[in-house]
Design a protein around this ligand. Structure first.
Ligand SMILES: [Cu+2]
Length: 64
């Protein structure tokens, strides 16, 4: 499934990398795309949305 999650405080490319890394730690097969202009993170994963959201929050970002 593909999730699209808004992360308003993803300010720059290194935020995007940190988020990507946090998700990939949970699911190494995930395909993660981050867009710092739209603040959207799209994740192709088998892991549930709740778990992905938690990973983003644990990395220090809030999810909308
Ligand atoms: Cu940043």
């Amino acid at each position: 499934m593909t999730l699209t999650i808004k992360v308003p405080d993803m300010a720059c490319a290194s935020c995007g990398e940190a988020i990507k890394k946090a998700i990939m730690t949970l699911d190494s097969d995930a395909v993660v795309q981050t867009d710092t202009n739209t603040k959207l993170v799209s994740v192709e994963t088998q892991v549930s949305e709740a778990v992905i959201r938690e990973a983003i929050m644990n990395a220090g970002y809030s999810v909308a």
